[in-house]
Design a protein around this ligand. Structure first.
Ligand code: NAD
Length: 332
């Protein structure tokens, strides 16, 4: 089957080409993001493969369908960027990679916490500049402090396990109790208690209508002064304007982000020779107590291999027409 890949980088091509050795699909790699215009580049393709920041709205799905596309294969876990109602309307199937490496994101999340707390990123720069002073680098012992984990699915559960092993008291909030988290030592509490008691809050729920801006001004008001907030989930679970106000007031003491509400205009590209016009993002960067990375939590060789093999497997399963697609996402 011919599959047109949008928004690709060299590393996508490398891992998908390696995984394809066992399959018969014709893969076309495009650097362009999927848009209403670039959707015309799918001539002869029955499937497209897109990434987290490709917006797959109703207009684009209509055009893809006109072009003969019948399958949208997401090479990521989240699917908030796809209009599933429109996909259903046009008879276009949507598949994803639900779990390519929860470890990759969980380990990265804990890495962000540790680096932010002990200011390792700042110390690295200071030492290279010949500044060996410890002023400004003081952190706190994480052992004995309380972490609040919002969303205890595959990634959140691994973060719970690691933080429990580090000696933290872990509170969890999720509509569904994950018994593994309880066994590992977490205690499920209501979200108000989690906000009020946690020294560190980490977000691992998907972006949905329900979780959009789950961290807003009202939620932040309920948190401890000086709380560390970590988001490796999706940018829009946090109201960035409210977070900036709380960094200014000192209510939020440390902020670690791997995702950002408007990241599709910035992330995954080199903008270092351009003027960045997103004033909200630029304001976030000015704080001494923020650590921001560009959606790299997933980025390990193991995860890339799993993404490639699962995505090609999803496409093969569709092609064989055997009925149910294991990794299909539908509107519910
Ligand atoms: P998952 O589906 O296994 O777990 C999500 C959990 O969130 C579930 O237990 C669900 O019940 C819970 N949840 C749903 N609504 C909630 C709410 N209102 N409040 C609290 N919990 C709620 O997903 P996962 O594999 O653990 O991934 C979590 C998220 O991480 C993904 O949706 C994606 O947005 C993000 N992610 C980020 C990266 C990265 O590179 N930074 C990579 C992969 C995934």
């Amino acid at each position: 089957m011919k599959v047109v890949f949008f928004n690709t980088k060299q590393y996508d091509e490398k891992y998908f080409s390696e995984a394809k050795l066992s399959g018969a699909h014709e893969l076309v790699f495009l650097e362009a993001k999927l848009s209403f215009d670039t959707a015309l580049l799918t001539q002869g393709a029955e499937a497209v493969c897109v990434f987290v920041n490709d917006i797959v709205d109703a207009n684009i799905i209509a055009r893809l369908s006109q072009q003969g596309v019948k399958l949208i294969a997401l090479r990521c876990a989240g699917f908030n960027n796809v209009d599933l109602v429109a996909a259903k309307q046009y008879g276009v199937k949507v598949v994803r990679v639900p779990a390519y490496s929860p470890n990759a994101v969980a380990e990265y999340t804990v890495g962000l916490m540790l680096a932010l707390n002990r200011k390792i990123h700042r110390a690295y720069c200071q030492v290279r500049e010949g500044n060996f002073s410890l002023n400004g680098l003081m952190g706190f012992d994480m052992s004995g402090k309380t972490a609040g984990i919002i969303g205890t699915g595959k990634i959140g559960a691994l973060v719970v396990r690691t933080l429990c092993a580090m000696g933290m008291n872990v509170f969890a909030y999720d509509p569904f109790v994950n018994q593994q988290c309880v066994k590992d030592g977490a205690r499920y509490v209501d979200i108000e208690t989690l906000f009020a008691e946690s020294d560190v809050i980490s977000l691992h729920c998907p972006l949905s209508a329900e979780t959009h801006h789950i961290i807003d001004a009202e939620a932040i008001q309920k948190m401890k002064t000086g709380v560390m907030l970590i988001n490796t989930s999706r940018g829009a679970v946090i109201d960035t304007a409210a977070v900036i106000a709380s960094l200014k007031s000192g209510k939020i003491g440390m902020l670690g982000l791997d995702v950002y509400e408007q990241e599709e205009d910035l992330f995954f590209e080199d903008h270092s020779y351009e003027v960045i016009t997103d004033d909200v993002f630029e304001r976030l960067l000015t704080f001494p107590n923020t650590l921001i990375t560009a959606h790299q939590g997933f980025f390990t060789s193991d995860a890339m291999r799993n993404i490639a093999t699962t995505t090609l497997g999803n496409i093969s399963q569709y092609e064989t027409g055997s009925g149910k697609l294991d990794n299909e996402v539908t509107y519910s």
